[in-house]
Every structure is written in structure tokens, then in C-alpha cells.
Design a protein around this ligand. Sequence first.
Ligand code: OSB
Ligand code: MG
Length: 369
Amino acid sequence: MQLLQVEIFALRMRLKHPFETSFGREDDREFLLVRAETADFVGWGEVTVSRDPFYSYETVATAQSVLHDYLVPWALAKPIEHPDELVGRFAQVRGHQMAKAGLEGAVWDIYAQELGLPLGRALGGTRDEIEVGISIGIESTDELLLKQVERFLGEGYRRFKIKIKPGVDYDRLKAVRRQFGPIRMMADANSAYTLDDLPLLKRLDELDLMMIEQPLSYDDIIDHASLQRELRTPICLDESIHGPADLRKAIALGSGRILNIKIGRLGGLSQSIKSHDLCVEAGWPVWCGGMLESGVGRLHNVAITTLPGFTLPGDTAASSRYWQEDIIEPEVTVSDKGTIRVPDAPGIGHHVREDLIRSLAHAHWAMRN
Ligand code: OSB
Ligand code: MG
């Protein structure tokens, strides 16, 4: 394919319910959308950055700059035979995984449409239906959290991820366990602990969690390996893994036993497939994480989850969990069994509401070949 034009839209979308993690609280989601076009097709991708460099160093501003000055010109410069090529074409830019992933995602959408395949099939996926769970932020009281869990159980979700931070951890999780019994439950610490917290982290073993996600530093795989040797609960890595190279080392060290695959954090779909394959080979189950995506990123998450190694429910909840009105049609919905039907139309498979996106965007630029 030859890209003729790439457009970037900056959006700010109000979350229905503020989302709080150990690193901060988000009331609005600020991110970028990428629209790429060839002579025959239009593809969409999402740059899953945030306004602030708190989850990772990437922000709306850094992604704009790297896309504008490097990635978009390089993508337009010559034809792309296969989306995998972009990994090499973008390699001179170190890091900036989310910026790379947003553009590469739009190219994968076009590539799948050229093949006449739903994106999941083009990626090598096989499932028609995926199992999902829900990620619940830090609420101000136990009661408010219990209400959330009850509501989402009623909506069909069968796996609950509860955010924790020092002081809001063991007792909070215990309250959920006491009230709801043997539900599938896990915790996400977003790097809020250190090895000094070993006694507390070991106590979490009592709660029969499916896993604990990223308990230690955002850049660590050494201390996680020490911790994993002390815990019965599997550690799932999120923040520390930015692609197959990091993952290979974490597997060798035993820094965890499960991987959260976020397309943005790993630098795109091609790198996510590679990471998935490494995990399958190592016997690590994977699941698809989330960055509070709009419908565009959400459909990319649905597509990658159709790969065979995604044996645990992911964080890809329904559009209506986040948004009053999503930018795709139809929105992503979750059944009363906690599942999503995988679209069977080519590409990401739902209509993207371009007029709505153009009216919502507070900034927009385009580059042509
Ligand atoms: O750590 O997985 C995380 C949201 C923003 C930043 C980091 C994380 C999250 C979530 C939400 O857990 C997942 C979702 O519902 O999209
Ligand atoms: Mg996480």
C-alpha cells in the first residue's frame, strides 16, 4: 500500500466516572486518533497516551511531536508491503511506543481491509467471541467499591481487577472477597510498592487473587523476580515491558508469570503478536490490558484478543462503561456472560463516526505524500 495522507486528531473525552490509580486520577481522557488513507481505504488507530507522563513518559504532546517530525513522514515516504515493516522503519526513534502503535494500528486496519478480513483474522486470531473483565479504580470507601463490583457483576462481568495503593490494599480486597465469595479477582498496584512491603504483599496470597499486576517499580524486572519467588500469587507485568526484547529478559529472570498486553505500551500490533508468541512459548498466559480507550482503540483490543494465547479475560469493557457517547457505531457491548462478539466486517469492523471526531477534535493536522 501507499499512504496518501495521514491525519492526527487531538481529543478530550469526558469519562462517565473518574478513574483513579496509585499514580493519579483521570476525569477526562486526552489522546490522539490517527486516520490514514490510501487510494482505496481509510484506516484508524488510537495513540493511547494521556495528558500527563504518569503511567509512562509519553504524553499527548510528545506523541504529537514524534508523529509530526518523524513517524508520519517516514510512513508516507514509500510503499508499505506489510505493516510489520514499520517496526524497522520507526526503529531509529527510541521508545515512543504509543505514538508508533497509533500509526501502525491505522496501517493494520487498512491492510486487513485490503485482504477483506476482520482485523483479528489478519493478525492470525481465531476466536469469534472473547471473554472480558472490568478494571475498577480506587474508590474513596470500601462501600463505594462494593457497589461498583455489585453493579458490574449484574452487567455480566466475570473478572474483577481492583486498583490498590499502600493503605488501600489488603482490607479493601478482603472486603470484596467477604461480600462476593469466589469471584475471579485480581489487583493492580501500578508500581506503588517496593520490596520493603514484602510482608504486606505476602499477605495478599491469602486472598486467592488470580494475579497481582505490576506491584513494583515501572522500570523493574529484577526486584519483581525476587518478589515472585516469595509469592504464591502470580505476578503480571504491565509498566515494565515495552516490547519483545524486555519480555525475553523478564521471562528468563522469572520476573512474573503473566503478561498484560497493551498494544500501545508494546509499540503496536506487530510487536504485540511477537510478545504473545514469546509468552505462549514460555507458558505465560496473556490478556489484553486497556488504557480507557475510545471505540477505535477498543476495537483494536478486541482484534488482538482473538489470538490463541489470550486465555485470561482482559480489561476491554463495554463502551458504555466509559463514555456517554462513543465515536464508533455500533458501540462495543458486553453480553450478560461477560463476552464480546468479534466483528466480522473487514478491518476494525465498526463504522467510525468521522463527523463526530472532526467536531470533537480540539486540534487537527494532516500530512500528504
Ligand atoms: O494499569 O492497566 C492499567 C488505565 C489507565 C492506565 C493504566 C491502567 C488502566 C486500567 C484501565 O487499568 C483499563 C481499562 O479499563 O481500559
Ligand atoms: Mg496495569
